[in-house]
Design a protein around this ligand. Structure first.
Ligand SMILES: *Cc1c(COP(=O)(O)O)cnc(C)c1O
Length: 362
């Protein structure tokens, strides 16, 4: 029998349980579907597709719409099936055997995963105890390993931490190779690294339609970077990888920016309500610039709280067993009703736990 490549044997793959629950707040999706107007436009456009023809290999309309949104040239835009495929294409082009990739942990697990699958060696820098990028550690990693690729996720998943512009600029200046800034959640934060993209810099900003745009089902992501880099990626990616329906879906979505921004404001307001609600309890809340919040109960185990929430049909992400995240859980901001159900369930579980505790103490 064929066996998997030696270097892949220890890899576990990516797991996020898909469980049927009443309140599902575990995968950072938008709680809002795209606007009805978009659905109608999409249905009409799909009816006219030339299904017997290959799609536009350059995705010209979609790339132009994305370029217009950000005030860049379409030649600086690379689009793929989710930002994860953007990352995979970057690693195929610039990672691979004999090359080194740096991450700063804890961060999005797929950065290291995709790098390893490409055959690259991953070196992990450590963040400080508040999950922030530490300037000294950043310099140490870059100087010691001279990585060909350096990842930075800001706002970071799963912590929600937004790195300051000074530090990101320093990282870009110091990094010897490519810097990938993953901005999957940036619309919920107060600044973007897009303005730092330059033709003479090995640096890209990666975005997705999965979170802000409420289109996780569409699998659509992109990067903004120097045009020579986009040309490199086109050598690597499969021909016609972006199907025609998806190109239409994305192009039409970009006609609804104002509606998207309204939803982002609503989610940010709810995020702050959840943060305040959690802080009423004995819970550490990590300040977030994303559509989720990382938190850690102080008087009970994270796993026990997660189980208590699941028993009340509320599913959040259990990070409590992940390295560096002992007892931490991550909740995605949902609809107002979902968030209230989550906060009520937290209060119930904590109250039940403290009853048990006082009974055992007396
Ligand atoms: C959700 C997420 C993505 C999105 O991946 P898609 O493939 O676009 O759905 C990318 N990066 C981070 C950090 C994420 O959390």
């Amino acid at each position: 029998m064929i066996s998997v490549r030696d270097d892949l044997r220890a890899l576990e793959g990516y797991h996020s349980p898909q469980v049927e629950v009443r309140v599902r707040l575990n995968t950072n999706e938008s709680p809002f579907a795209p606007p009805d107007a978009w659905r109608e436009e999409y249905a009409a456009a799909i009816a006219d597709l030339d299904w017997h023809r290959y799609p536009d290999r350059n995705a010209t309309k979609l790339r132009t719409a994305i370029a217009d949104l950000h005030g860049v040239d379409p030649a600086q835009v690379f689009v793929a099936n989710g930002s994860n495929e953007v990352l995979q294409t970057l690693l195929l082009a610039y990672g691979g055997p004999g090359r080194t990739v740096a991450t700063f942990e804890p961060t999005y697990q797929l950065h290291a995963q995709i790098s390893r699958v490409s055959g690259a060696t991953v070196v992990e820098g450590e963040r400080d105890e508040n999950f922030r990028l530490d300037p000294a550690e950043m310099r140490r990693v870059l100087e010691t390993y001279s990585p060909e690729v350096t990842f930075l996720c800001s706002p970071n998943n799963p912590t929600g931490v937004v790195e300051p512009v000074e530090l990101v600029t320093e990282l870009i200046d110091l990094a010897p190779g490519l810097v990938i800034i993953d901005e999957a959640y940036v619309q919920f934060a107060d600044w973007t690294a897009l303005d730092l993209v330059r033709e003479d810099r090995s640096m890209v900003v990666v975005r997705t339609f999965s979170k802000t745009w409420g289109m996780a089902a569409a699998r659509l992501g992109y990067l903004i970077g120097p045009s020579w880099l986009v040309t490199d990626l086109e050598k690597v990616v499969l021909p016609y990888h972006l199907d025609a329906a998806k190109q239409v879906a994305g192009t039409l979505a970009l006609g609804h920016v104002a509606e998207m921004e309204r939803r982002v404001r609503a989610i940010v307001a709810e995020r702050e309500r959840i943060a305040a609600g959690l802080a009423l309890h004995d819970i550490e809340v990590i300040p977030s610039g994303a559509n989720f919040i990382l938190f850690r109960p102080r008087r009970m185990g994270g796993r026990a709280l997660w189980e208590g929430l699941l028993a009340r049909s509320v599913l959040v992400r259990d990070c409590s067993g992940w390295p560096r995240l002992a007892d931490c859980l991550r909740v995605t901001v949902g609809t107002e009703e979902e968030n209230t159900a989550f906060l009520d369930a937290v209060a119930e579980v904590l109250a039940a736990a403290s009853l048990v505790r006082s009974a055992s103490e007396s």
